[in-house]
Ligand binder design. Structure first.
Ligand code: ASC
Length: 155
């Protein structure tokens, strides 16, 4: 079991370090991939956020499991914003993603850093720390959307 996990982690790490062009055959594939991973990440973040907001009873194990999923997913979408993936399927990526790549990367790193804090807080079962981290993660999602996500879809 442990060896399988190590092998899987190594395979994922190798995959994450490949250039986007090697991972996606067509721009459409990259667009679908990043949209899907962001959708699943938002879903699992929402489950933790609902507990932080008192909308759902706090269950430390459920919070930790979901925060872990968010943390795993938090680095995936950004492998799929390679050059030439601005078009190919309906999407809301602004041209600034490719014009201001350092700023976009910073926003992605900021989010992943806040998510790592959320994962640690949830692992510790600390609801107050989870609440603070949920606010910070949501803020980092919003900051990136404000700068880099368009209101309307284009192809
Ligand atoms: C979420 C979600 C986002 C962010 C954002 C925060 O739960 O899906 O995109 O939080 O709405 O403002």
């Amino acid at each position: 079991m442990n060896r399988l996990l190590v092998a899987t982690a190594a395979a994922l790490a190798a995959l994450a370090s490949l250039p986007a062009a090697a991972q996606f055959q067509k721009p459409e594939d990259a667009i679908k991939y990043r949209q899907s991973s962001l959708t699943v990440m938002a879903n699992h973040f929402g489950r933790v956020a609902a507990m932080a907001q008192g909308k759902v009873p706090f269950d430390a194990k459920v919070a930790a499991d979901n925060a872990h999923v968010v943390a795993t997913l938090s680095r995936l979408p950004f492998t799929a914003f390679g050059e030439g993936t601005d078009k190919g399927a309906p999407n809301r990526a602004k041209p600034e993603i490719w014009k201001e790549q350092a700023k976009f990367k910073d926003a992605a790193e900021k989010m992943a850093g806040e998510v790592a804090k959320l994962e640690a807080a949830a692992k510790a079962g600390n609801l107050d720390a989870i609440k603070a981290a949920v606010g910070a993660v949501g803020g980092s999602c919003k900051a990136c959307h404000d700068d880099f996500r368009a209101e309307k879809y284009s192809n």
